[in-house]
Design a binder for this molecule. Structure first.
Ligand code: NAD
Length: 359
């Protein structure tokens, strides 16, 4: 069929050495950047996304246009649809799966707990089931989150630190994902790498994240809420620029070892890894605001508020030595430089003038 032809064409690598990657959540913020980067270097990429309404769907549709211009076809569907996943795996031999589809955000979980369980736990299991039975099995790289460190206050966070105190339902489902990944690795020899992203930002970003809605509200002259901890410190985040995250994702795919197991029966090398992907330099949110004020040339109307118990943690800070050693991961974009790129994209996109341009 026409659909099948599109799927096959999109998934075909440029050369035989190239990967064939299924990217779930491809129309998402990180998914778009990773998919374009893979396609550009010659890998075959097939996207999958359910285009949910968690935030502005038009933004996802516009990212999809960027993807299509790069030759990436996005199948519209849900990772909970096991028949669809099976069909994709019947049509294409995926060497790798980059799993980025998830219900993100910590605050939305209080009203919508089930969407987190559905996408981040049930959907992940569906995907793992299909991967485990594929022959050969693809290597899986997926997005966990810095939020798994939860109430742990010993910074910087290293992969060996405790993750048994999630502070949000989102974090709990990511933690569950890590446990599920380990069990599938142990039983079926699936090769799985979990990447704990730290507050990713950049062009084509997510409207539900602070840097994005601060920019929007500062430009509109609206008040913004800046959280403080009980002892009067500004909440701080280890903001990580999306291009740095993309490099980490690609390095994780490049170093992933495919299981040699046949039909999930034989044990493969059983590679199981977890890495922090952060920037190693946390910035107080008050500083984020002052950088935005400078870039936008508008004074923000700040309202300092006590940090509510809504799932946000006080500080995040990544120790990246293990990703540095094993993936060669090294972030190179500081917050001011990255925000400059974000603001340039934001003002262009919402003025409509550069909307049609890719990046
Ligand atoms: P995003 O919401 O922009 O992207 C996720 C995409 O997945 C969306 O386009 C959504 O439509 C799709 N999706 C959601 N549920 C789905 C389902 N059941 N089936 C198919 N598609 C589905 O988020 P993002 O910021 O690009 O995040 C990518 C991944 O990284 C997520 O797993 C997220 O939890 C994780 N992460 C992100 C950050 C960050 O700061 N952006 C930090 C830590 C972890």
């Amino acid at each position: 069929s026409q659909w099948e032809k599109k799927v096959i064409k999109s998934a075909r690598p440029k050369s035989r050495a190239g990967f064939t990657v299924l990217v779930t959540g491809a129309a998402g913020f990180v998914g778009t950047h990773v998919s374009v980067a893979l396609k550009r270097r010659g890998d075959g990429v097939l996207g999958l996304d359910n285009f949910n309404h968690y935030y502005d769907v038009n933004l996802k549709r516009d990212r999809q246009k960027v993807l299509e211009r790069s030759g990436v076809f996005v199948v519209e569907g849900d990772i909970n649809d096991i028949k669809l996943l099976q069909k994709l795996f019947d049509v294409v031999y995926f060497t790798h799966v980059m799993h980025l589809a998830a219900q993100a955000g910590v605050r939305y979980a209080m009203q919508n707990p089930k969407s987190y369980v559905n996408s981040n736990i049930a959907g992940f299991v569906n995907l793992l089931e299909v991967c485990k039975s594929a022959d050969p099995q693809p290597a899986i790289v997926w997005a966990s989150s810095s939020s798994v460190y939860g109430l742990n206050k010993r910074v910087p966070f290293s992969e060996k630190d405790r993750t048994d105190q999630p502070a949000s339902l989102y974090a709990a489902t990511k933690k569950a994902g890590e446990a599920l990944a380990h069990s599938y690795n142990h039983i079926y020899g699936l090769s799985i790498t979990g990447l704990r992203f730290f507050t990713v930002y950049g062009p084509w970003g997510r409207p539900d994240m602070a840097y994005f809605f601060f920019t929007k509200n500062i430009l509109k002259g609206k008040e913004i809420g800046v959280y403080e901890t009980a002892d009067g410190k500004s909440v701080a985040r280890d903001f990580t620029y999306v291009d740095d995250i993309v490099k980490g994702c690609l390095a994780a795919l490049d170093t992933a070892k495919n299981s040699t197991g046949s039909g999930g029966k034989k044990r493969g090398p059983a590679q199981f890894r977890v890495f922090n992907l952060g920037n190693t330099s946390p910035v107080p949110v008050s500083k984020l605001v002052s950088i935005l004020e400078k870039l936008l040339k508008v004074k923000a109307k700040k309202k300092v508020l006590p940090l509510p118990r809504n799932g946000d943690v006080e500080f995040t800070h990544a120790n990246i030595s293990s990703a540095q050693r094993e993936l060669g991961y090294m972030p190179t974009t500081d917050l001011e430089m990255g925000l400059k790129k974000f603001v340039r994209w934001y003002t262009g996109y919402y003025s409509g003038s550069t909307k049609k341009k890719s990046w």
